[in-house]
Design a binder for this molecule. Sequence first.
Ligand code: ATP
Length: 300
Amino acid sequence: MNESPALEATALGKRYGSNWALRDCTLTVPAGSVTALVGPNGAGKTTLLQLAVGLIEPASGAISVFGHDPRAEPLAVLPRVGFVAQDHPLPRRFTIGETLRLGRKLNPSWDDAVAQRRVDELGLSRRQRVGTLSGGEQAQVALTLALAKRPQLLLLDEPVASLDPLARREFLSGVLRAVTETGMTVVLSSHIVADLERVCDRLVILANGHTQLVGPIEQLLAEHRLLTGPRTDAAAVARVHQVIRESHTERQTTLLVRANGHVYDACWEVHEVDLEEIVLAYLGTTSAAARVEAPAAVAR
Ligand code: ATP
């Protein structure tokens, strides 16, 4: 059992020229959790995952994997991490069989039974060249390589973006099964929130390089509420609750709030919200108030 979190970032930043790809990012990914990393294009998701495996160096702050700095102590980090990059690069001229043999040679912890079972279940021929596989099949082979390494932390960068709904479901089922069998920690970036709700137990929302929201999904669903009522400004509500998004028509006001306890004011109708509404509300706001403050406000 690991004492340290699987992944921890503290005021982490990465800059390209004058552009901050990631800034003041503070979050904890507890060991054994399955975390959804959500954000629009350019939010910093890939940057965070690349920092986690030491592919790039932070400009500020710190990141650790199971308590180790990925750049300073790669041997303490890389053998424990499986990484499926966004474009899941594979040797296109290799057959699946050759690709698996390469995986076995490169990874001391390689579990051939896992690789063979997955290839059989996927119905793939070991003789087929990787470059001739469909996008979904290539994603599955990339996942097979990562899983056969028996990682303690699996990082998946938008692995299902290009897959059809059935292929997405099959891919995520493969991830879930591995989680159930091994208890591994997973961080999965995606735009497709409906998929994430089925698979993940924690959520991180990134936008403009900043962490907007971090926490267990169940808790976030319990805390957020949609309030509808006669048109008013949000000031009275904002004194008690955190207003994430407000919209108004001539007669009605709608607020999405992170409620600080119960909403008692009888002028509001209180509705539950789903994960997609929460994500969209945070992505729609540029309010600094909606950002996670580091580090005390980070939900654990
Ligand atoms: P997407 O959903 O489109 O994959 P993302 O959330 O993964 O986006 P990143 O790829 O982390 O976003 O990019 C964050 C920001 O950093 C973007 O503004 C991007 O243009 C910039 N960026 C990323 N890599 C580089 C690089 N090598 N050189 C310059 N800028 C970069």
